[in-house]
Design a protein around this ligand. Structure first.
Ligand code: C2E
Ligand code: SIN
Ligand code: SIN
Ligand code: FE
Ligand code: FE
Length: 391
């Protein structure tokens, strides 16, 4: 939790500041992280999650739980869990999404039987967590569209779990109303990026956006680990992750300029073909040229440097070591890891042990040793990413 104080009343300046902040976040997962963090901070709540709506289901989209973070080494795996809840009145989240009404429950294990919903204790059982008080608020846009629900769990008073107050409800409702618009916009950004990527890479119908979703997620997990080890501030880490995921997803957009005969060749490329293939780095960087936003700069930098190698034997500029920007060094490993564990038109997937051995062997050669170390630290989390975005 960051240091900022939790106000005793809804102070307008603070609320406007938060709305302003939300509107600057571009990546959908960063946005959910931010909203949840903020709501939990105000209520001093131990846990929470956000579900987003897709047709007649809620998709579990983001989770935070301070107690489990302390207890579980690979806690971040949970962020990539994937399950859905039908929108109907049987579950708490389903009820709120169906009716658009908020629910404040003091103890989910004592819900009286005059209401249609009940608490699903399977998550508690799985993780030996005890959910008690839950505040569930719909995320509603200005057009009365329910985008999802936010659920905040177990507010603390000292070391004890207490119940939610009306002030808590008011605050989270305010946040939910303002967040919904930002969520819709961030979802649109994600969709536009995936469309760009489809144009660039997915001319082959066997390919999906899964590779780029994975590379984006691997990159931020590795980055976060490095930044934590270096002692960077939580604010810096959050801010960087927001841009890094999107920019990493775009690492190969320059492939839009590569002809099908090379891009989809079901065999090894010859030297001339590989020389043409290498132009995808500069073509990608050119797409972001002339723009000065942080996201554009980072996207250009990653597109240009993701095939540089730590020992200076990479392309297009044969940079070495610290000459290669850190994001380029991170995406280099994330991209190759995913390429090796996946089947490609020109190669089979490699067995896990061989991939890990290769990465170890290439530490200091192709890859930055600091990045390799962070990769192994978060390897279990990266495997969860792979399950969330299968081919
Ligand atoms: P990609 O398939 O996404 O692969 C990204 C990087 O992963 C490659 O960069 C390379 O560093 C690594 N990689 C992928 N497969 C293997 C492998 O079997 N062995 C080893 N040691 N490393 C591997 P690279 O080489 O610069 O290639 C860039 C892109 O060029 C590839 O992206 C792919 O789209 C294309 N490409 C490279 N070689 C071939 C090929 O022989 N045939 C075809 N059709 N495309 C190729
Ligand atoms: C993919 O999206 O998996 C295909 C592009 C690539 O080989 O990197
Ligand atoms: C950067 O290039 O973004 C930072 C370089 C580093 O921290 O090693
Ligand atoms: Fe590439
Ligand atoms: Fe790639």
């Amino acid at each position: 939790m960051s240091k900022s104080k939790s106000p005793e009343c809804l102070d307008l300046e603070n609320l406007l500041g938060i709305t302003e902040e939300l509107n600057h976040i571009k990546d959908i997962d960063s946005l959910l992280d931010h909203i949840l963090h903020n709501a939990r901070q105000f209520c001093k709540a131990e846990a929470g999650s956000i579900f987003l709506r897709e047709k007649d289901h809620l998709i579990f989209s983001y989770v935070q739980n301070d107690m489990l973070v302390k207890r579980e080494k690979n806690y971040n795996k949970r962020i990539y869990d994937k399950f859905t809840i039908p929108i109907n009145r049987e579950s708490i989240a389903g009820y709120v999404a169906d009716t658009g009404k908020a629910l404040k429950i003091d103890d989910v294990y004592i819900i009286n039987d005059t209401v249609p919903y009940s608490f699903n204790s399977s998550f508690d059982e799985m993780s030996s967590y005890r959910t008690k008080s839950i505040l569930t608020i719909p995320l509603i846009t200005s057009r009365d569209n329910i985008t999802g629900v936010i659920q905040i769990i177990n507010p603390q008073l000292g070391d004890d779990v207490t119940i939610f107050t009306d002030l808590h409800s008011q605050y989270v409702t305010f946040l939910a109303n303002n967040a919904s618009v930002a969520i819709e916009r961030a979802q649109m950004t994600r969709e536009i990026i995936l469309r760009m990527i489809r144009m660039a890479e997915l001319r082959d119908p066997k390919e999906t956006g899964a590779h780029v979703n994975r590379v984006g997620a691997y990159s931020i997990e590795i980055y976060q680990r490095i930044a934590q080890k270096r002692g960077d501030s939580p604010e810096t880490i959050r801010h960087t992750k927001d841009h890094l995921r999107i920019a990493a997803m775009l690492h190969d957009v320059g492939k839009v300029a590569i002809s099908d005969s090379i891009l989809k060749k079901p065999a090894r490329l010859d030297d001339d073909e590989f020389t043409i293939m290498q132009t995808h780095c500069a073509s990608g960087a050119d797409l972001f040229d002339g723009n000065v936003s942080e996201l554009d700069l980072l996207s250009a930098r990653i597109a240009l440097t993701h095939h540089e190698k730590f020992d200076g034997s990479g392309y297009p500029n044969a940079l070495e070591g610290g000459q290669i920007p850190l994001p380029g060094r991170i995406v280099a490993l994330a991209d190759v890891y995913d390429a090796l564990i996946s089947k490609r038109v020109y190669k089979e997937e490699w067995p896990d042990e061989e991939v890990l051995k290769y990465i170890t062997d290439q530490s200091g050669i192709h890859f930055d040793p600091e990045v390799v170390e962070a990769f192994f630290d978060v390897h279990e989390v990266l495997k969860a990413v792979g399950k969330r975005y299968p081919d």
